[in-house]
Design a protein around this ligand. Structure first.
Ligand SMILES: Cc1ncc(COP(=O)(O)O)c(C=O)c1O
Length: 410
């Protein structure tokens, strides 16, 4: 294995606890990841030693708090290959980041009839803000289809992007694990005169990311899926597009000056950070980035490919055609997200039995209802792997599936 998972498991206090009399087998990291002690300690240290509001104080701990927030931003900027820290805007989560793009850039730039291109594998966070602009402005949504192999079907790409103003797509599907052809889609968007927006929520935690290499205009992701805390997400944008985008939420930190007649917005990135920002969360996200960097993102990815390959082989060998796994067949073409159905058993029934075995797996539509319709399944069970999972966890999943099958077919 590329990672020393036995050592990594010890970094995550929650993995020491027992559930239902056995060990906790956490296979829901696409939903939210667990947090290493380094992240928990960094946040506790911030609260215990430096807690104060930022960008306002003239006393020592307020300066420390400001340095902690901006230090977190600088770490995130380096981690994703941003040109400068001012390109990194902190939001509440990826959903808010995508809403910022739709509501600030979109409202300022889109007109009735303007085409916005999405894919069928998007999370609702990258669908609903655009639906709102259909209602508000009358934009036209176009959809890049998903083929039977779990990959995007790009045969009609030129026609779909023709005249488009935005192409907005997930870098990795949270249901199928599919890694989408990022450079190709960004290239097609730009060739058509559209901006490219990437929802990298499932990608950044698992693969080395270089936003400048991608050449997109906006990239959104979320802290809690990458060993960081909840309550913080990121919108990266090129300086040019962020400068040209009006503020989204207003008040507090995003202000330079206010008169009775109006206001002047702050510089980047604070122009987009209304109110008191997530300070402890930025500290935690910085520590998460340090943690992942210490493992090495190439090793993180190599581990994921090895373990996903193991899981696909094992599940197929044990359950054959009774178990349908959605998404690309090759581990190298996908992340560690394994969505499946077992015969005609409802995924919620399956995962309830899994829970009795301490196996945490999500069941449902995974906030991707248009994709579920394409798959022809109202719900799937979804096991998702991360740095602290090993073959024993996958074996526990297989045993839990066998137990559920036995229980319901008895
Ligand atoms: C692909 C994708 N986009 C966006 C989101 C939304 O993330 P958050 O709930 O942190 O805003 C998720 C979370 O499940 C996701 O998987």
């Amino acid at each position: 294995m590329s990672l020393d998972v036995a050592a990594i498991k010890k970094d995550f206090p929650i993995l020491e606890r027992e559930v239902h009399g056995g060990r906790l087998v956490y296979l829901d990291s696409a939903n939210t990841s667990q947090k290493p002690r380094a992240v928990l300690d960094a946040m506790a240290q911030y609260y215990e030693q430096s807690n104060a509001n930022v960008h306002r104080g003239t006393y020592l701990i307020a300066e420390e708090a400001t340095a902690a927030l901006e230090g977190g931003r600088a770490k995130v900027a380096r981690f994703i290959g941003a040109g400068a820290a001012r390109e990194v805007v902190f939001t509440k989560n990826a959903t808010e980041a995508l809403n910022l793009v739709a509501k600030a850039w979109g409202r300022a730039n889109l007109r009735a009839g303007d085409p916005v291109v999405l894919t069928e594998l998007e999370h609702h966070a990258n669908i609903v803000p655009w639906h709102q602009l259909v209602e508000e402005i009358g934009i036209e949504l176009r959809w890049i289809p998903v083929g039977g192999d779990g990959h995007l079907d790009l045969r009609d790409l030129d026609r779909l992007v023709d005249g488009a103003r935005i192409v907005s797509f997930a870098a990795m599907s949270n249901v199928l694990g599919t890694i989408t052809p990022i450079e190709r889609l960004v290239g097609a968007a730009h060739a058509a005169g559209a901006i490219a927006v990437i929802d990298a929520s499932q990608f950044v935690p698992h693969l080395a990311t270089d936003v400048r290499d991608w050449g997109a205009d906006f990239v959104a992701f979320t802290g809690h899926k990458m060993c960081g805390p909840t309550g913080i997400g990121v919108l990266w944008g090129t300086e040019t597009i962020l400068d040209a985008t009006p503020p989204f939420l207003t008040g507090g930190e995003m202000i330079l000056n206010v008169t009775k007649e109006g206001f002047t917005a702050n510089e980047l990135p604070w122009k987009f950070e209304a109110g008191t920002p997530p300070i402890a969360e930025a500290v935690g996200l910085g520590a998460a980035v340090d943690y992942l960097s210490s493992l090495g993102m190439d090793a993180v990815r190599a581990h994921e490919v090895e373990l996903t390959g193991y899981a696909l082989r094992l599940l197929h060998a044990r359950f054959g055609d009774d178990l349908v796994i959605h998404g690309p067949a090759e581990a190298t073409e996908r992340g560690g997200v394994i969505s499946f159905t077992y015969r005609d058993l409802h995924p919620h029934d399956l995962t309830q039995v899994f829970d009795e075995h301490g196996v945490c797996v999500r069941a449902g539509h995974h906030c991707a209802k248009p994709l579920m319709r394409v798959l022809g399944a109202p719900a799937t069970a979804r096991a998702s792997l991360y740095v602290y999972n090993d073959e024993a966890d996958v074996d526990a999943l297989a045993d839990a599936i066998a137990a559920a099958a036995d229980f319901f077919t008895r």
